[in-house]
Design a protein around this ligand. Structure first.
Ligand code: FES
Length: 107
């Protein structure tokens, strides 16, 4: 089945260094812009399931507002927790910019 992208925001709504929450087909996602590259992950920390609303970026890492877990967005890994490429704790959602908007696909 082809991925269906949904427009969730204007491109200008997510400038570099910022995060923003979006809902795609009933799933709440946390989006981030790191130097112009966009990322979207489930809006739930893998540590204790806190929402990532208001999470700040520290370089390539998203800092969970709960207890400070660092989620590396490009690598999709977290510090201080057991994960691996075969068992990722953080799931990335396809995200793209098109026609001045930000589009995300649910999986
Ligand atoms: S819930 Fe995110 S660090 Fe604890």
């Amino acid at each position: 089945m082809p991925q269906e992208f949904e427009r969730v925001a204007d491109e200008a709504d997510l400038p570099p260094g910022k995060t923003r929450i979006a809902v795609v087909q009933g799933t709440e996602l946390c989006m981030a812009n790191i130097d112009g590259k966009l990322y979207a992950i489930h809006n739930e920390c893998p540590h204790d399931r806190w929402a990532l609303d208001g999470a700040k970026l520290d370089g390539e890492e998203l800092v969970c507002p709960g207890h400070g877990l660092l989620i590396n967005l490009p690598n999709c890994t977290v510090n201080a927790m057991r994960d691996s490429p075969d068992n990722p704790l953080v799931k990335q959602y396809p995200i793209k910019v098109e026609d001045g908007g930000i589009w995300v696909a649910n999986l």
